[in-house]
Write a protein that binds this ligand. Structure first.
Ligand code: SF4
Ligand code: ZN
Ligand code: ZN
Length: 325
């Protein structure tokens, strides 16, 4: 069957239906989808890129005249990509952009070229961390400098989000680095609450919450609603690879301390790596479903191939998501 992609490519694309030999042959062919603009991962210049499909997957290929060609899987399932394209909507952006951007790809925040409003704002409150995970994409401790906006700066960020028009942002996540290394995190949460954010969460490794139930209590009374907790599996094995030590006991302690402190919304966030913990998906869901009094969700994230992960490890660890009908 033929389907029109509703993004700006204006091209018709062959969607491969199942159980057809011809379609199976077509599926292997390289078909251009659209041209776009991307960034060179080495020099961060804007460079031309092509999105194409081949062998059932969608790829992004880009070329920098100084650093050569880069190619990555964009979507591992072309049919799913096409399905999402058909629901693609271009929004109207914000009426009062915070900045005028020279280069939307590098310094948007939000700029006038941005076409969506903010649903969940992510505020990095520090780049310090109390762990040193091999899979870290935040590169905490690596940058050689401390990034830590002060309370006034964070208040200005929160105000800017609440003032966005026509849709004010009403959900915020404090992250890092590790946000709980800041002793004033309860004050930052109170600030967001006073500005009428409807949803306030932190992205955390759970170390401080596991060790300090009083701190967990302070976070809750300040207005924290959800703990977005990194959680890579059941038992010690995955943690040695993802975190460099057996972090499973501390994850359990963090969950228990949230319960004690009255925080009744934890989202487990497994970083999935092929052959490390992808076989644990069912076990993780079971673990969560047995603790529904405090665990309200699981958000699986594939390992991000940036920051500390070795480029040569990419293909070995890359996850290919398959959709089963
Ligand atoms: S806990 Fe998070 S921020 Fe800290 S090193 Fe690990 S992945 Fe990076
Ligand atoms: Zn380059
Ligand atoms: Zn922008």
């Amino acid at each position: 069957m033929t389907s029109k992609c509703t993004t700006d490519c204006n091209l018709s694309i062959n969607v491969v239906s199942k159980n057809s030999e011809t379609d199976e042959l077509n599926k292997k062919q390289r078909l251009h989808i659209k041209n776009t603009i991307s960034l060179c991962p080495e020099c961060l210049d804007k460079i031309p890129a092509e999105i194409f499909t081949e062998d059932g997957s969608v790829y992004l290929s880009k070329y920098c005249s100084n650093h050569g060609t880069f190619q990555d899987i964009y979507w591992s399932d072309f049919e799913l990509y096409n399905k999402f394209c058909q629901s693609h909507v271009v929004g109207t952006g914000v009426l009062n952009p915070a900045i005028k951007s020279e280069n939307h790809l590098l310094d948007c925040g939000l700029c006038e070229k941005h076409t969506t409003s903010t649903i969940l704002a992510n505020i990095d409150v520090t780049n310090r961390c109390n762990l040193n995970c091999p899979v870290c994409f935040a590169n905490a401790k690596r940058s050689g400098f401390i990034y830590e906006p002060n309370e006034e700066q964070i208040q200005n960020m929160l105000l800017m989000l609440r003032n966005q028009k026509p849709v004010p942002c009403c959900a915020v996540q404090f992250s890092g680095g590790e946000p709980t290394v800041r002793d004033d995190l309860p004050e930052l949460i109170s600030m967001a609450k006073d500005l009428d954010f409807l949803h306030i969460q932190i992205a955390t490794n759970g170390v401080r919450i596991a060790k300090d139930v009083e701190f967990a209590h302070k976070l809750r009374t300040a207005g924290l609603q959800t703990v977005y907790l990194s959680f890579d599996g059941i038992g010690e094995e995955p943690y040695h690879i993802t975190r460099g030590f057996n972090a499973f006991p501390l994850k359990n302690a963090a969950i228990n301390n949230c319960r004690t402190a009255g925080i009744a919304s934890i989202v487990l966030v497994p970083t999935l790596i092929k052959e490390v913990n992808d076989h644990q998906v069912g076990n993780i869901i079971n673990f969560a479903s047995e603790r529904l009094d405090v665990i309200k969700g699981v958000n699986f994230q594939p390992v991000a191939f940036t920051g500390r992960i070795d480029q040569t490890e990419r293909e070995k660890k890359e996850l290919q998501f398959q959709i089963f009908y």
